[in-house]
Ligand binder design. Structure first.
Ligand code: GLA
Ligand code: ZN
Length: 665
């Protein structure tokens, strides 16, 4: 991609052909370069089994091509036609309690079902053969948002598939019994054939079985992606294959995107603002950083976001003037090679007619349309940033398997939420203007001066070795409570907690002491500083670590709350209670000082400054989420206004500026 992409989902089948001409004319006016087509079109493309109607899609793809607009062509396998289900009712997914879901929305799929696999292969082959050499096709969009709305099915064919998966993962059923701890509550299995999915049980089910089922369900979805991808690679070589992720932890919790990132040719992501009262631009930045990280730092593409409100939350506020551009360019700053939306033209019918679009019901005489056209022009001006890479200051460790394990029932406190810890630590780093890469706990961390572990309940031996080596070799580590507790089978590491991290942290935890709802504790630190914490406290026993903050009240009064341990050539910090993002500030500032990181001083926390660098130069994105003008120290040419910024760039309230630096910093 020599330029950045701009566009959205295009669903021409919802409109008479007479509208298509106006669509492409307006797409050109807005600067659209690529649209996603055909994602839900199976019932139109194959109206009866084995009988195909590609005429309308031929005309759409040709029309787009004639107008210089590229196509991200969908395989429609997220929406099998009604005739398919009438022939194969067992392809409908079954919930934990045995309910079979019905046709009539989308994504109602048992991914183990062989009839579904065969039928989806056939339609994919047809599309690959027909459009694989069409010059408009830039990319394949397989399925849609795997994992949502159904992430796991509990039917009989899934049970059989699960047994096959277990037989491949474990040597023998005795190994399963050991790993799952079936000696507890008399759950021992005599053979693989006896094992079922973790269906609804009278009281809490086996946690390790549930954890393995999440792994199995994720792997099963991935099998289906890989099956379609391989068909496309074989029949339509040279066209990159993707499927749209939803890395935001609040939007999809069922896929291990580290594993998915390795399977796609290009990582693409969908992101929607969750308007729950928190700072939506921080959640957006986190999702974008996580997406770049699952892409291994390589360029990725924002395939969907919204121009204004969505329609699937309880309350769906419109975006404020300028907010769309800040959102779109916020993704670009963090590595996206463009900005695409759901969707091009707002629907009149169906479930999403109140979801905003590039071309709203109000038409072109509207604020949204004017802002879309301005954004299209801005994206064109940003062509030089294509293929450059975002520069990160620190790493945050994240692992979906650890999250799944942490989210199981009967833990010391239901108020401890791994995602919330990740959000808050991320927010604290964001507020210090530090750009974050996410990393898998077993990844090479040597490039990062600072590594933060917000919630890593499950930590393997390999993770323990990795973090030990990282600190020994001079790294600075910050670990939050209830991390390093269990192994990959949810079995507590031998000895005192946190078994995986005792030595590197220089401490043990004698007992957890979670706080009651609404309860808080005070902790005191350097120079008489005080903070309030909640949710969690524990009895920390230093074994080499020094106490930096101390509990002032509660059961743990007088005990260490935050510790620091010199280990090898590095330092490991431990935070044993829940601090808000603001409360984490002083702790992370001290750790940053150990790491030799100098947070960008003097900027309000809601001014985002992110750097992309590469062969075409170094680009500083300054995104001003405040109403007031700020000056950002970046000298060079500003790409959106074309003005020189010899003494730093002035960024008006609510605006975005992108400076190509005169010299690399
Ligand atoms: C998802 C889907 C789209 C659409 C949007 C609406 O991202 O992929 O088809 O439903 O949500 O927000
Ligand atoms: Zn099933």
């Amino acid at each position: 991609m020599a330029r950045l992409a701009f566009g959205g989902d295009y669903n021409p089948e919802q409109w008479p052909e007479s509208v298509w001409q106006e669509d492409v004319r307006l797409m050109r006016e807005a600067g659209v370069t690529m649209v996603s087509v055909g994602i839900f079109s199976w019932a139109l493309l194959e109206p009866a089994p084995g009988s195909y109607d590609f005429g309308w899609l031929d005309r759409v793809v040709d029309l787009l091509h004639d107008n210089g607009i590229g196509v991200d062509l969908g395989t429609p396998t997220v929406a099998p036609p009604k005739w398919f289900y009438d022939r194969h009712p067992d392809a409908l997914p079954v919930t934990e309690d045995g309910t079979r879901l019905a046709f009539g929305s989308r994504g109602a799929i048992c991914h183990s079902n062989q009839a579904y696999r065969d039928a989806s292969s056939r339609i994919t082959e047809q599309l690959a053969r027909r459009y694989g050499t069409h010059p408009a096709v830039r990319m394949w969009h397989v399925h849609n948002e795997y994992g949502v709305p159904v992430s796991a099915c509990y039917c009989e064919s899934c049970a059989a598939h699960f047994r096959r998966w277990l037989a491949a993962a474990y040597e023998s059923v005795e190994d399963v019994n050991h790993a799952w701890g079936t000696a507890f509550w008399g759950q021992r299995y005599g053979s693989f054939a006896e094992i079922d999915p973790p269906r609804l049980t009278p009281t809490v089910g086996n946690p390790a079985q549930k954890l393995d089922y999440r792994r199995f369900a994720d792997a099963t979805l991935r099998e289906n992606f890989v099956r379609e991808r391989d068909i496309l690679h074989r029949l339509a070589p040279g066209i990159p294959v993707t499927t749209n992720f939803m890395t935001a932890l609040s939007q999809c919790d069922s896929l291990d995107y580290w594993a998915w990132g390795r399977e796609v040719d290009l990582v693409t992501n969908d992101h929607y603002l969750i308007t729950d009262g928190r700072r939506t631009h921080v959640n957006l930045a986190m999702a974008a950083d996580l997406t770049r990280s699952v892409a291994g730092g390589a360029p990725w593409l924002l395939l969907e976001h919204s121009t204004s409100g969505v329609n699937w939350q309880a309350r769906n506020p419109a975006k404020a003037p300028g907010q769309m551009a800040r959102n779109s360019l916020g993704h670009v700053a963090r590595g996206s090679e463009g900005a695409l939306f759901f969707q091009w033209r707002q629907s009149r019918r169906g479930a999403e007619k109140f979801h905003s679009a590039m071309l709203p019901h109000a038409g072109t005489d509207s604020r949204v349309w004017r802002e879309v056209c301005e954004l299209g022009a801005a994206v064109r001006e940003l062509a030089p940033v294509a293929q450059t890479r975002t520069v990160a200051d620190a790493a945050v460790l994240w692992d979906w398997h650890a999250w799944w394990a942490q989210s199981l029932e009967w833990r010391p406190s239901e108020d401890h939420d791994a995602r919330e810890r990740a959000d808050s630590f991320y927010e604290a780093l964001y507020d210090h203007h530090l750009t974050v890469d996410f990393a898998h706990p077993e990844a090479d961390l040597s490039a990062y001066p600072l590594v933060v572990v917000p919630a890593l309940y499950l930590a393997t031996e390999a993770t323990a070795r990795n973090l030990r080596a990282y600190v020994e070799n001079g790294g600075t580590l910050v670990v939050s409570y209830f991390s390093g507790i269990v192994d990959e089978h949810d079995a507590v590491h031998p000895g005192a907690c946190p078994g995986a991290f005792r030595d590197v942290l220089g401490l043990t935890v004698e007992e957890f002491s979670p706080l009651l709802a609404g309860e808080s504790v005070r902790i005191s630190g350097p120079e008489g500083a005080e903070l309030t914490a909640d949710v969690w406290s524990e009895f920390v026993v230093p074994r080499g670590a020094e106490t930096v903050w101390t509990y002032e009240d509660g059961l743990t009064a007088g005990r260490p709350a935050v510790t620091r341990h010199s280990f090898g050539r590095g330092t490991a910090w431990y935070v044993s209670t829940r601090l808000s993002a603001a409360g984490l500030g002083p702790v992370l500032a001290a750790a940053s000082a150990d790491a030799g990181i100098d947070p960008r001083p003097g900027l309000p926390r809601d001014v985002e400054v992110v750097t992309r660098t590469g062969a075409t130069g170094t680009f500083v994105f300054a995104i001003n989420h405040t109403p007031d003008e700020v000056k950002v120290p970046a000298r060079g040419v500003e790409l959106l206004t074309g003005e020189r910024a010899p003494a730093g760039v002035a960024v008006p309230g609510g605006a975005v500026r992108v400076v190509r630096l005169d010299e690399a910093p």
